[in-house]
Design a protein around this ligand. Structure first.
Ligand code: XIL
Length: 452
């Protein structure tokens, strides 16, 4: 018997996109980029065309109710080649009464997009929020079956029309726990997320299946590490996940951080695609928009960027004026910065050259030290561990430095008091400590990381 490699027919976003679905979109991307070789400088004049030249997409959230606004649809049709229905595919919209599905507004957006060569991201199949009242009041096995039925029905309805699904949205808690968020879905059992992914794969095998969340941009945050550990676990056990969406709603309380690129590349190294799915930035600073786009373009498996609305007046956070077009539909400085960043970017090699191992090498892990707050006599450091959930990290400080306090781990000390062995205590993959300088400001050094 001759065994054949099964070709991965899930969508690619580049000029050489090869896919069983979204053929119109692939044709558009190919047409707009035919004259360009990967990595060459280019001068695309719209966000979508420029992104396509670099093997990516540039998308926006769309509200069906605004499609009749000609200023809105003119910008949409000109600038974007990916569309996410802002609310129309959510559970309360698609299954307002149990077992009665309603797809009118979502179909309107999908048809508008696909008839113009744009692709569609589906958002979202399973979420604790925007549930219809009947689902909000459900629990246990009845809720589990209702959720899986919803995933199956909706993914089947849009089968072949959606290039990527946010299968599960926002399932992790904020704060320092790195744990799942409590919700009626979570209370049906910790395996609810993988069950949703399996149901989505069965219903639409051609779509990329994403996990999507917010406040997962900062690599050192416990929530980011929690999602990272889940994705690594899913990949190691063959749960069908293809991508991770970073909502990236940046504002003064949750700002863009320079380790964002590390976050995107670290997830990509697990063997998933990454996508910026709901970008908006309070005040729309051009430099921050530029950085986000540059970070995506620097990561081969970052497929594209979606902004969460077109004009400031379309934004769910309109008062923050966080988008690329002002309320009259004129381009803002951030628009020019994004377009320039896209034109300066490079296309990823296709297919991606690095397919990392799905399981970390046994026994090893990586610990990265980051500088924290510094006072007149002492300073903080945090250490982020990847590759293991049960870990032991050895850190040394330089005498006469002394570690005065620690958090989020179980420390022990060698006789000198300068070498600290920190073990995981179940509170996540980031621990921290304060070092009394005693006149020496050397950075502490990570000596080893061992998985147990
Ligand atoms: C928002 C919409 O923009 C609003 O119109 C709606 O009232 C609430 O939801 N994270 C998500 C999106 O995944 O679905 C949310 O969209 C914004 C936060």
């Amino acid at each position: 018997m001759i065994e054949r490699c099964q070709e991965d027919t899930r969508p690619r976003f580049g000029p050489r996109a090869r896919t069983a679905v979204g053929l119109a979109a692939a044709a558009l991307l190919a047409a707009t980029s035919a004259a360009f070789l990967p990595g060459t400088a280019s001068a695309g004049t719209t966000l979508g065309a420029s992104a396509a030249e670099k093997g990516r997409y540039f998308g926006t959230a769309v509200a069906a109710s605004r499609l009749s606004d000609s200023t809105y649809s003119t910008i949409l049709n000109r600038e974007f080649n990916m569309v996410t229905p802002e609310n129309e595919m959510k559970i309360d919209a698609t299954e307002p009464q149990q077992g009665r599905f309603s797809y009118g507004a979502a179909d309107q957006i999908v048809n508008h997009a696909r008839s113009r060569g744009m692709s569609v991201r589906g958002h979202t199949l399973a979420w604790h929020s925007q549930q219809p009242p009947w689902m909000e009041s459900m629990s246990g096995s009845a809720l589990r079956s209702a959720m899986l039925n919803h995933v199956t029905q909706v993914a089947t309805h849009f089968r072949g029309q959606v290039v990527a699904w946010d299968v599960v949205n926002e399932a992790f808690a904020d704060g320092s726990s790195g744990a799942r968020r409590d919700s009626n879905l979570q209370r049906t059992g910790n395996d609810w997320i993988e069950a949703a992914f399996r149901a989505a794969r069965a219903a639409d095998p051609g779509a990329k299946l994403c996990y999507n969340d917010y406040n997962t941009d900062n690599w050192t945050h416990a929530k980011t590490q929690g999602v990272y550990n889940m994705v690594r676990d899913f990949k190691s056990r063959g749960v069908p996940i293809d991508c991770v969406g970073f909502q990236s709603h940046f504002n003064n309380d949750s700002p863009y951080v320079s380790n964002y690129r590390t976050t995107l590349s670290s997830f990509a190294a697990l063997g998933v695609d990454v996508q910026v799915t709901e970008l908006d930035i309070q005040g729309a600073p051009a430099n921050t928009y530029r950085s986000v786009v540059e970070d995506c373009l620097a990561v081969a498996r970052c497929n594209g960027v979606t902004v969460w609305g077109i004009r400031d007046s379309d934004s769910w956070r309109a008062s923050q004026t966080p988008l690329l077009f002002n309320s009259s539909g004129q381009k803002k400085a951030a628009y020019d910065a994004v377009l320039a960043a896209l034109n300066n970017g490079t296309a990823p090699t296709d297919p991606p050259t690095t397919t990392p191992p799905t399981t970390p090498p046994s026994g090893s892990c990586t610990a990265t030290l980051q500088d924290g707050t510094r006072w007149g006599d002492r300073f903080n450091s945090s250490v982020t561990v990847s590759g293991a959930s049960n870990w032991t990290v050895v850190v040394a400080v330089t005498p006469p430095q002394k570690v005065s306090s620690t958090w989020s781990g179980s420390p022990s000390w060698d006789t000198s008091g300068n070498v600290m062995t920190m073990r995981s205590n179940g509170s996540g993959n980031v621990f921290g400590f304060t070092t009394m300088a005693n006149g020496n400001w050397n950075r502490p050094v990570v000596q080893s990381c061992t998985a147990s």
